[in-house]
Design a binder for this molecule. Structure first.
Ligand code: F6P
Length: 537
């Protein structure tokens, strides 16, 4: 395949100018909103406030045809090893395929083991929820502590918050990710070892943060209940049975994930176990149904009807062509407050790349920085810059008509605020000659609004799968591999080396380090041995 930048289709896109005035476009095209709104499952996606016109959309779609992104999607669905740098298939769609459907991964049908694992999860979740599963002393489990980081944390912790209204009142979940001892300490506070079940979630079971937190958690449990209690209070989710065993968890207490599931795509696997325990296996199944329906949509819908493809093209238009270097995601939903953090890993670990699949350097910008906070909080924090700053930052708004609260007034206020922000960004305020410049809103600042009636498990599944496939189509357009993450490896290696030198920062260490790192390490070492108390203690 020819490099993207050499194709006529891409040159045509780059030659286009964004519309000068969204206000004018809205005034002159009464059909605009209708034609730029997609309804997929329970989602309504309105991208009419993007800086697009039919000519730009057509040109972007021509590039997607030329790149043949639909075939690339089929290759992923067929279980081909599209993760070329790790020589792996990319199989997260198999995790939510319905029973009875074959899912080939490198030519092998993985559906039976996927469903066997889901069934084991459901059995465990049901037993913990009913109180049939008891700890070493015979007490029922009251708290689940998931220990994991990255994809082994961000997905389940986000989903646990998102589906707050469905959670069992009998059991709560806590999530420990950070190697900072404060994270585990804060999350163990108030817990009774006899009523606590730890889920150590790590695909590789080699992740430093997770293993050191799990070791500390194990010590906490053993100190209270003895070594024999580990069996009843530790479950592992991993693809590495040997390492699980070496850690001291019986592999019979391990739920499998597979190397063809990327960490950031692993939520519908056993990585979601804590959530399944909290909301029940039926609600979890609904979530999988939502994801699967979006998978089918992404595979079967063509061109302008394909929601993830359209959102990917819009992102590429904004970031690669119009040079927006960041993108904001603002859920107008307190329960979705961890969604931006979840998306940061999904998007940036996938598409923060400078080298294409064929080894060539990309001569254009790939993923922008993704960030965000829930509305309305964000309005009183960073929205000033989005309305009047020198950078144009496209926004994804996400909102709901109903919540579990009976307070319709405040839900209305929340939704109204979301619409007000997108309206102000798009249309600004016509400048009045008398008006001070400082009060001027230029408008023409792009946003997409995604809404659903309610944040149900099915809608959450659709939303997450939507963004997963946006990431896929962006990567396919840019020609990069969205499924490796070599960029995090060097930091891990250096952290291991540096941590080995913490106890002994002598002159010999200096030769292996740059002067800055050595000086900081020496300072750290001195501070750690400095016993003088802070005045606050
Ligand atoms: O940050 C790198 C990474 O490899 C992520 O891709 C992954 O989600 C995370 O570490 C945790 O990995 P594991 O589940 O193997 O502990």
């Amino acid at each position: 395949m020819n490099p993207l930048e050499t194709t006529q289709q891409w040159r045509d896109v780059v030659a286009l100018k964004p519309p000068a005035s969204l206000a004018e476009l809205f005034a002159t095209s009464p059909e605009r909103v209708q034609s730029m709104t997609l309804r997929v499952g329970g989602l309504l996606i309105d991208y009419s406030k993007q800086l697009l016109d039919p000519k730009i959309i057509e040109a972007l779609l021509s590039v997607s045809l030329e790149r043949d992104v639909a075939s690339a999607f089929q290759d992923m669905a067929a279980g081909q090893a599209i993760n070329v740098t790790e020589r792996r298939a990319v199989g997260h769609m198999a995790l939510r395929s319905p029973k009875g459907q074959r899912c080939l991964m490198n030519g092998i049908d993985v559906a039976p083991e996927v469903h066997a694992t889901l069934d084991r999860m459901a059995t465990l979740a049901t037993a913990v929820r009913s109180g049939d599963y008891v700890g070493a002393t015979g007490s029922r489990i009251r708290t689940i502590v998931n220990i994991g980081i990255g994809g082994s944390d961000l997905g389940p912790s986000m989903m646990y918050e998102a589906l707050r209204s469905l959670r069992s009142a009998e059991i709560s979940c806590r999530f420990v990710a950070n190697v900072d001892p404060a994270d585990l300490a804060a999350n163990l506070q108030g817990l009774k070892p006899a009523e606590t079940l730890f889920i150590v979630t790590s695909k590789t079971f080699t992740t430093q943060e997770t293993l050191s937190n799990a070791t500390a958690a194990r010590e906490w449990l053993v100190a209270a209940l003895g070594e024999t209690a580990v069996d009843k209070h530790f479950v592992a989710v991993s693809s590495n049975a040997q390492a699980v065993k070496e850690f001291g968890i019986d592999p019979r207490n391990m739920l499998a994930i597979w190397d063809w599931v990327g960490g950031r795509f692993s939520l519908p696997s056993a990585v979601g176990l804590a959530v399944m325990i909290a909301i029940g296996s039926e609600a979890f199944q609904e979530f999988l149904i939502g994801m699967h329906s979006m998978d089918t949509h992404a595979r079967d819908s063509v061109g302008v009807d394909n929601a993830p493809l359209m959102l990917a093209l819009i992102n590429i238009w904004n970031s690669t062509v119009l040079h927006s270097r960041s993108r904001v995601v603002m859920p107008y939903s307190f329960d979705l407050r961890r969604f931006p953090a979840y998306l940061q890993q999904l998007v940036m670990e996938s598409n923060g790349k400078t080298v294409r699949k064929d080894g060539s350097l990309v001569p254009y910008a790939t993923s922008p920085v993704v960030w965000g906070e829930p509305g309305t909080n964000a309005q009183h924090a960073f929205m000033q810059l989005l309305h009047q700053g020198t950078d144009v930052v496209p926004v994804d708004f996400i909102g709901f008509a109903r919540s579990d609260s009976s307070d319709k007034n405040r839900q209305g206020l929340l939704f109204a605020n979301m619409l007000a922000q997108s309206q102000a960004l798009a249309f600004g305020q016509p400048q009045d000659a008398q008006q001070e410049r400082h009060r001027n809103f230029s408008g023409n600042r792009p946003s997409t609004t995604i809404v659903a009636a309610e944040l149900t498990p099915r809608v959450l599944g659709e939303l997450i799968a939507l963004y997963e496939h946006v990431v896929f189509f962006e990567g396919a357009m840019w020609g990069i591999n969205s499924f490796d993450q070599w960029g995090v490896e060097l930091g891990k290696e250096l952290a291991t080396q540096i941590s080995q030198n913490i106890a002994n920062v002598d002159d010999a260490t200096r030769h292996n380090m740059d002067a800055s790192t050595h000086t900081l390490l020496q300072w750290f070492s001195e501070q750690q041995t400095n016993t003088s108390q802070s005045p606050l203690h």
